[in-house]
Ligand binder design. Structure first.
Ligand SMILES: Nc1ncnc2c1ncn2[C@@H]1O[C@H](COP(=O)(O)OP(=O)(O)OP(=O)(O)O)[C@@H](O)[C@H]1O
Length: 341
């Protein structure tokens, strides 16, 4: 495995605010801290060539995990190895093997033309000419960077700069690239160019990619595998289709019922022995679809006493499923055990 995280944990210590004079005095002698376990016993392994999304709500621990994988932060306990390196202890050799993009931080020299920043990166990383030219070919034509190749980085728009940042992370043909929110703040056109570039670099150059993003489009279009972290704990590790199944399938029946009868129909459906989740949305009632527990014919029979105008199947988007997962609503009770790793 190229990336291996074993029982990875990180505790942040922040100075505790004194609530009284006595505490303030005590802290003069001995500082006191609050401890926040931001990443807790996380385990995963990523094979060479994979493109994996690390997702989770704000404050879940994604950036902290990426920082430990890139050697910026030391784990409080547990172990990380990437391409056989300990990122923290072997940092000097390690940085030559990885690429990193943090959405907010730049690795370009702002006053120099983009071309010069890339030449400096080539020299810094000791990239042989042949490799450098091959990497340039990969992103200059399709990446659309030619139009601003000779302009100073400070004159680029956010989207243009991010294209360059991604390309810069790949310039030394690293084995693995960590992308933290690479499409944040970009318009639809730019996001699509960025994704095409990342896909190309992953698939054609075979670079392993670990990406964090709040944009479900990034996840759906770039990756097949999800690592879902919440409150510092890894809650799910698997394919997008497995996630769909675990997150409650996302398939519902929607029945449009006479407005005056919605509440009564809701009561009857909720009392059905199948005990499937039911929710109302205006004059629509939505019933979680599990054909074994409640076949369509039974649903129609149950709703027979009411004036039903229409029944149709609906499928929740991946975004809805993910949101439901974040707010703890749509995990199947029987699958909750399976998804905890
Ligand atoms: N330097 C720090 N000192 C103390 N606590 C920190 C520090 N950095 C992060 N944290 C805390 O650790 C937790 C995880 O933060 P982290 O930045 O890893 O989350 P994230 O999943 O990347 O969030 P977001 O999606 O909002 O960027 C949060 O509660 C955050 O407040």
């Amino acid at each position: 495995m190229l990336i291996q995280a074993e029982n990875l944990s990180r505790i942040y210590k922040t100075p505790r605010a004194a609530k009284s004079w006595r505490e303030r005095f005590t802290q003069l002698v001995q500082a006191q801290y609050n401890e926040n376990k931001s990443v807790s016993d996380v385990n995963f392994a990523i094979a060479r060539g994979e493109c994996v999304a690390l997702v989770g709500p704000n404050g879940a621990g994604k950036s902290t995990t990426i920082k430990m994988l890139t050697g910026i932060l030391a784990p409080s306990s547990g172990r990380v190895t990437v391409a056989g390196f300990d990122p923290m202890r072997q940092r000097q050799q390690y940085v030559k093997r990885i690429g990193v993009v943090f959405g907010q931080r730049s690795q370009l020299w702002q006053d120099l033309p983009v071309r010069d920043s890339f030449s400096i990166l080539q020299a810094l990383f000791d990239v042989p000419d042949a490799v450098y030219q091959q990497q340039l070919k990969l992103f200059r034509a399709d990446g659309g960077m030619d139009e601003f190749w000779d302009r100073p980085a400070r004159t680029l728009s956010l989207g243009q700069r991010m294209l360059c940042e991604i390309a810069a992370a790949f310039v030394h043909a690293p084995e693995v690239v960590f992308l933290d929110e690479p499409t944040i703040g970009l318009d639809l056109e730019m996001k699509s160019r960025m994704r095409a570039l990342i896909r190309k670099l992953n698939q054609e150059a075979g670079t392993t990619v670990l990406i964090t993003s709040h944009d479900v489009g990034d996840i759906e279009r770039l990756t097949r595998r999800l690592l879902l972290i919440d409150h510092g704990t890894l809650r799910f590790d698997g394919s997008l289709s497995d996630f769909r199944a675990h997150a409650g399938d996302g398939r519902w029946w929607a029945a449009r019922i006479d407005a005056s009868q919605v509440a009564a129909a809701n009561e009857v459906l909720s009392a059905h022995p199948a005990a499937l989740p039911v929710r109302s949305n205006g004059d629509w009632l939505e019933i979680a679809r599990q054909d074994e527990a409640l076949p369509f014919a039974d649903l129609v029979k149950t709703l027979a006493p009411f004036t039903v105008h229409e029944i149709k199947p609906v499928e929740q988007s991946f975004e809805d499923l993910l949101h439901g997962f974040y707010v703890g609503k749509n995990l199947r009770a029987d699958a909750a055990e399976d998804v905890t790793v």
